[in-house]
Design a protein around this ligand. Structure first.
Ligand code: GUN
Ligand code: ZN
Length: 658
């Protein structure tokens, strides 16, 4: 029912499949009022809409018409329709005259595509007792709804809404309990009051604690999120669906949505975008119109900017620039920036879903960029890499560093004891923003040269890097034995005294490919892959390493775009022989052994285990349950997703070992 096409951090582009057609996610569902709808939302980009089953149920005429003709004809929409259950009315009026079972039955009767049980939207910041009490009822009703739907063989898909107010542990508990059910979608509920009061930071806690405990193979809906200002951030946290009553409610109130916030018509000198409304009318034209005409035009503008933003979000996920978009969007309001800073606390979780290589470069847009999962991942990797006796830290220069660093180095820091520096036993790293330290041998690997940052004057950034370096160099002897002041980035941490002026870094291709292999596959991979009579072939045009052979047999290729290694059959064998189970492995069940060996791609439902460090796009080994090497290929899912998905491909096999 839900397939993932592209990913960036926790954001994903997916396809939601329904009887009334497929929907590309992240998607926005305009809220349709069953009686008052004036605008043809499909014309402005809606592939799916949401309406309220309870409002239809309460109105005798609508109810009868919905039963006779079905919901699609009632609201005149032939695509997929989701219905809400009256929970929102419950939260506003305190009571509704329908039971959970009745609302489920009614939604099936009027042929909704996706129905909702009668959850209780507990407000933020209530007492723990209140949140727990409500939550038990919500869970009970979710279970009842699923059981009832299944026992009656109903066709509709079902939402199970995550509640738990602003208690992170209750959100996690609720998500865990709902995951046990056979629900089709997982909305995150009761966030409207947080958004209305600019509590975006709390929204981050609520969403991240919920999604971390929801299955990866089901779409998540951020209920009541209809302002385009929040779409990029919410998508980056793993939300796939949004709904908007905002487009019409704001229009009723003469307010225009934009990714920069909301504009009041009374304050507008200029129209804020280039949609059909903004290019045809001036603010004065709109102000002179009668209320209804003006409302509809503003609603059309609101739909345009909302759908445009979702197209931008999906494009950013495809190209791998979603966080750059989030960083841009979160600068329109201080509370959004606060929220983005809060997200830094969840970067370990984000990292697990983030592909290791992307089409677009990493852009540093401010100190917050230092907390992104790519930086965290690199710093963690460096801590694991084998270290030599001494360390030379070089000042930043042009990227890739190794290309612009000559044999003779002028300005540098050296860590080591006061003994003679042993250049054969020295690590050479460049002081880097935002990655801290970049070893020269791996500096072409994504994103270590595929990134851009300005000269940093920012104190937060420098302190962050200094902290990392001082922690990192602890391993080496702490004394700095040579330094020159580096302009623009004065580290100033260390005691300085001068020594010689010249030091030689010798490029060595074999050392470089071994370092890349260790960085990519784990320590030891370099020695295992590149033993023997290694011959390195470079591109005549670019001078970059392309193919690596041992006695005429290809072991690996180096990909030009990101400098990661792509294994050959021989390379796969060598890696398998040297790295212990389950490192770099995707394990398939007995049934799929012959298919894998034959070079067929691996479907997620056959995966029984895998290395927890696997990320999408990683080169992986495909093995049987007794660790026989069957094939090798490119992972399409990360380790977590491999466990959750039962449909679609998990690994695109390059070759079987047959
Ligand atoms: N619409 C906005 N918030 C909610 C919620 O928490 N539950 C339901 N069912 N609908 C909503
Ligand atoms: Zn416009």
């Amino acid at each position: 029912m839900f397939e993932i096409k592209a990913k960036d951090n926790r954001g994903r582009v997916g396809v939601l499949k329904t009887k009334h057609g497929n929907v590309k996610t992240p998607a926005l569902m305009p809220v349709i009022h069953p009686r008052k709808q004036a605008i043809d939302v499909k014309k402005y980009g809606a592939d799916i809409v949401i309406t309220n089953a309870y409002l239809i149920y309460k109105d005798e005429d609508l109810k009868q018409e919905a039963i006779d003709k079905g919901l699609h004809e009632l609201i005149n929409f032939d695509g997929p329709i989701m219905t809400d259950s009256g929970s929102f009315q419950l939260s506003v009026y305190g009571d509704v005259d329908i039971t959970n079972k009745e609302v489920i039955e009614f939604q099936e009767l009027i042929k909704t595509d996706i129905g909702t049980s009668l959850d209780i939207p507990t407000a933020p910041f209530v007492t723990r007792e209140k949140a727990e009490e409500d939550l038990e009822i919500t869970l009970q009703r979710a279970r009842e709804a699923i059981e009832y739907r299944n026992s009656q063989n109903m066709e509709m898909k079902l939402n199970s809404v995550v509640q738990g107010s602003t208690f992170p542990d209750l959100r996690r508990y609720c998500a865990d309990e709902l995951t046990k059910l056979d629900a089709d979608l997982y909305p995150i509920g009761a966030v409207v009051p947080l958004m209305e009061s600019y509590h975006y930071k709390d929204l981050v806690d609520v969403v991240m604690n919920s999604v971390a405990h929801l299955p990866d193979n089901k779409p998540r809906h951020l209920m009541g999120a209809g302002h385009p200002m929040i779409f990029a951030l919410a998508a980056a946290m793993g939300c796939d669906l949004f709904d908007s009553a905002a487009y019409i409610l704001y229009a009723e109130d003469d307010r225009l949505l934009s990714t920069r916030g909301t504009y009041k018509l009374e304050n507008l000198q200029e129209m804020p975008c280039s949609c059909e409304v903004c290019t045809k009318y001036t603010p004065d034209d709109l102000r002179a119109m009668d209320k209804k005409e003006r409302r509809d035009l503003i609603a059309i503008h609101n739909l345009h900017v909302s759908f445009a933003e979702l197209r931008l979000v999906r494009q950013a996920i495809y190209e791998g620039s979603l966080m750059e978009l989030v960083e841009e969007r979160c600068r329109v309001h201080p509370q959004l920036l606060n929220a983005y800073r809060q997200l830094a606390n969840y970067m370990d979780d984000m990292e697990k879903y983030n592909p290791r290589s992307k089409k677009s470069a990493f852009f540093f847009t401010g100190p917050e960029s230092l907390y992104r999962s790519e930086v965290k991942r690199h710093m963690n990797k460096l801590r694991e890499m084998p270290k030599k006796r001494d360390l030379v830290i070089l000042p930043p220069s042009r990227k890739p560093y190794s290309k612009f660093i000559s044999g003779k180095l002028g300005e540098f820091y050296i860590y080591g004891s006061e003994r003679e520096l042993d250049l054969e036993d020295t690590d050479f790293m460049v002081l880097d923003i935002p990655f801290g330290l970049v070893p020269l041998d791996i500096d072409e690997v994504y994103p270590l040269s595929q990134n851009e940052s300005p000269k940093i004057k920012d104190v937060d950034s420098i302190e962050f890097i200094e902290d990392f370096i001082s922690e990192f160099v602890e391993y080496y002897d702490q004394t700095l034995i040579h330094s020159r002041v580096i302009k623009d980035l004065e580290i100033g941490l260390y005691n300085k005294h001068s020594q010689s002026d010249e030091i030689r870094f010798k490029k060595d291709d074999l050392r470089k490919i071994k370092a890349i292999a260790d960085y990519q596959f784990g320590v030891g991979a370099g020695e295992a892959l590149f033993k023997g009579n290694i011959k390195i072939e470079k591109s005549k045009k670019t001078g970059k390493i392309r193919h690596i052979y041992d006695k005429g047999v290809i072991v690996a290729n180096m990909r030009a775009s990101d400098s990661f290694l792509v294994l050959s059959k021989e390379g796969a064998k060598r890696l398998h022989n040297s790295m212990p189970y389950p490192e770099n492995r995707v394990v398939v069940n007995e049934d799929s052994v012959p298919f894998a060996r034959d070079g067929k791609s691996v479907f997620a439902k056959f995966v029984v285990d895998c290395d927890e460090n696997i990320r999408s796009n990683d080169e992986v080994l495909i093995v049987s349950e007794d660790d026989e090497l069957l094939a090798y290929g490119k992972a399409l899912l990360c380790a977590h997703e491999m466990g959750d998905f039962n449909t679609g491909q998990a690994v695109k096999t390059r070759k079987g070992m047959k």
